[in-house]
Each structure stands twice: as C-alpha cells, then as structure tokens.
Design a protein around this ligand. Structure first.
Ligand code: HEC
Ligand code: HEC
Length: 207
C-alpha cells in the first residue's frame, strides 16, 4: 500500500527534530552545568549564610571551606526529620526540600571552594579546650582522632575550627541530648559537661 504523502512529510519533520535534539540537549546541558542553581536560590542561601558562606550570625553555621562531601550529606540529611535538632527542622528542612540533587552538588562545590575562616583561641579556657581536643578526657575521646589536629576535618567529617561559638555550642548540646542523631557524634558528645563544651568552643571558635 502506498504511504500517503502527508505521512511522509510528517515523518520527515520528526526525523529533522530528532536530529536536532542531541545538539539542543548539549547546548542546554553545558549552560545548565554552569548555572544549575537559579540566582533566586543563591540569594536565599546568602540571606542567612552570607554571599560566600561566611555567615554574619552566630547561630547560622559558616559554610566557607566546609568539605563538599559533608555539605552534600548534611543537605540531604535535613530531609529526615527524625534525625535533626528542632532548630534545623524549623529552618533548613523547607530550604533543603526544594533542592534537587544537582543543585546540592553545585552549592556544595561552591562553598567548599571558598577559603575557610581560622579559629581564634584565647584565654585559659581555650588552653583547656585545646588539651581536651587533642587528648580527650575520661569518657570523652580526643576530637582530633576524627577532626584532625587542626580541627579541619576531611570528606564527611566537618571542619569545626573557625565555626561560630554559638553554633558549635548548640551542636554539641544537640549531639549529647541526641536531638541531632549521628552514629558518629552522639557517643563523643554524650559525656561532655557544660564546662568542657565551653572550653572546646573557646579553642575552636571564631566569633
Ligand atoms: C532562614 C535562614 C537560612 C536560609 C535561608 C538557609 N539556611 Fe542553611 N542553615 C541555617 C541555620 C540556622 C542552620 C543551622 C541549623 C542547626 O541548628 O543545625 C543552617 C544549616 C545549614 C547547613 C549545615 C551546616 C553544618 O555545618 O552542618 C548547610 C549545609 C546549609 N545550612 C546550607 C544552606 C543552603 C545551601 C541554603 C540555600 C539553599 C541555606 N542553607 C539556606 C539558616 C538558613
Ligand atoms: C569518631 C569520630 C569523631 C570523633 C571522635 C569526634 N567527632 Fe565530631 N563529628 C564527626 C562526624 C563524622 C561528624 C558529622 C556528623 C553528622 O553530621 O552526622 C561530626 C560532627 C561534629 C560537629 C558538628 C559540626 C557542624 O558543622 O554541624 C561538631 C561541633 C563536632 N563534631 C565536634 C566534636 C568535638 C568537640 C569532638 C571531641 C569531643 C568530636 N567532634 C569528636 C566525627 C567525630
């Protein structure tokens, strides 16, 4: 049976379109790789964490120089409400729920590439905190075992040196009460006294 002329015309159009798709997809793909995070979303993060992640507020963590793998894990982790502190659930769940995996990768790479803030230890509390950080105490393991001798962390163990005092203090309380559930951190934080937390924060924090 002869194929009607119109069908041939349509299938020609379909072929031409199909031939154009790979080119269009490549062009879009390279554009998307440069900018998978809309400026609206970047501005949302910046409104709390600052333009480079060096947040101006003590209760909002610094992200500049934080490790990429840790940032990815944490941003995905915010979606599990049973493992997060009330503060994190209240603030970050909603934000993280609107991020695609591609955007998370891109944001994590951006913050990881920013230079980290250094800690500013001072006074007798900081000297005690430094000892505790390096040597531990009865029931408290040495933090440097995992976070490294300078508190710089690596991969999925976060940089904690140079973080804000208020945020570090709250994070350690959240781990010790298991308001923030972590297979790795709940144990080290469990036996920390309020005084030891103050010492560690005096050694590790800046601002
Ligand atoms: C309304 C303010 C606000 C906005 C907007 C916001 N954050 Fe946060 N973010 C916070 C606070 C507060 C915390 C600390 C939560 C807690 O107590 O654990 C946090 C925690 C985080 C953490 C965990 C850091 C760590 O050291 O564990 C990451 C990563 C993060 N935010 C990334 C982002 C990204 C990316 C965006 C934008 C898509 C964003 N945030 C938008 C306030 C905000
Ligand atoms: C066995 C390894 C290990 C030891 C020991 C350890 N940490 Fe951690 N720490 C981790 C890991 C891994 C995380 C990330 C946990 C998570 O998000 O679930 C973490 C997270 C943290 C955070 C949260 C950082 C953030 O940006 O939210 C703080 C603060 C912290 N640790 C402080 C300490 C201190 C202080 C000590 C010593 C008393 C210590 N850690 C001992 C592995 C360890």
């Amino acid at each position: 049976m002869p194929i009607p002329h119109r069908v041939i015309q349509l299938s020609k159009v379909a072929l031409i379109c199909a031939a154009m798709i790979p080119a269009a997809a490549t062009a879009y793909g390279s554009h998307a790789a440069e900018d998978v995070v809309p400026s609206k979303v970047k501005a949302q993060c910046a409104s709390c964490h600052g333009p480079t992640g060096d947040s101006p507020s003590g209760t909002v963590p610094r992200l500049n120089g934080q490790h990429r793998a840790y940032l990815i894990q944490r941003l995905k982790g915010f979606l599990d409400l049973t493992r997060q502190s009330p503060h994190a659930r209240y603030v970050m769940w909603d934000v993280a729920a609107n991020l695609t995996s591609e955007r998370i990768d891109s944001l994590a790479a951006f913050y990881a590439a920013q230079s980290p803030t250094r800690n500013a230890p001072s006074g007798p509390l900081a000297a005690k905190g430094e000892r505790l950080f390096h040597h531990g105490a009865p029931g408290v393991p040495a933090c440097q075992q995992c976070h490294g001798p300078q508190g710089a962390g690596a991969v999925t163990t976060p940089r904690i040196a140079g973080q804000h005092a208020a945020y570090l203090n709250q994070a350690l309380i959240d781990f010790s009460t298991q308001a923030r559930v972590s297979a790795t951190m709940n144990h080290p934080a469990l036996r920390l006294t309020e005084g030891q937390i103050k010492e560690l924060v005096a050694y590790l924090a800046r601002g």
